[in-house]
Design a protein around this ligand. Structure first.
Ligand code: ZN
Length: 142
């Protein structure tokens, strides 16, 4: 995939939570997984090992900030971190809140559904709270 055809190089309708010159965190609107977030490198890079070590650490620091904020605010039973990139080979990490009664648990979210989607709502101020928390966690690193 050339970067001119890459949906992560040319995003449309992302719900941005945090960004800097290096990467960004977005909130994915997923009916089965409210609170699903993604951390996306701004540059079109395929693999973690294409990045120099300090940039790998920087990217994971953002992933961990998002995970921390998500745990505090959405209170899932488990977090799944996933980096696949088979469809879109542009470095991004999925930060997925999991519940023991979610549609796929204990399988990966991409597996066949095991049950109906339970009703699950995030706090009404989720976006504001997670934005504020990610910002604070990233500032505390600087
Ligand atoms: Zn790209």
């Amino acid at each position: 995939m050339s970067d001119t055809a890459c949906p992560l190089c040319f995003p449309v309708d992302e719900t941005l939570l945090w960004r800097d010159a290096f990467c960004r965190a977005i909130w994915v609107d997923d009916a089965n997984y409210p609170g699903f977030c993604r951390v996306i490198l701004n540059a079109h890079v395929k693999e973690m090992t294409d990045l120099p070590p300090e940039q790998r650490q920087r990217l994971m620091a953002v992933v961990f900030a998002v995970e921390t904020a998500l745990r505090e605010i959405a209170k899932p039973d488990k977090i799944n971190l996933a980096s696949l990139g088979n469809v879109v080979p542009h470095m991004h990490w999925h930060v997925i809140p999991r519940w023991e009664n979610d549609v796929n648990f204990p399988d990966a979210i991409w597996a066949a559904s095991r049950r109906a989607n339970p009703t699950r709502a995030l706090p009404a101020d989720f976006r504001q709270r997670i934005q504020t928390r990610i910002q604070a966690l990233m500032q505390s690193r600087e």
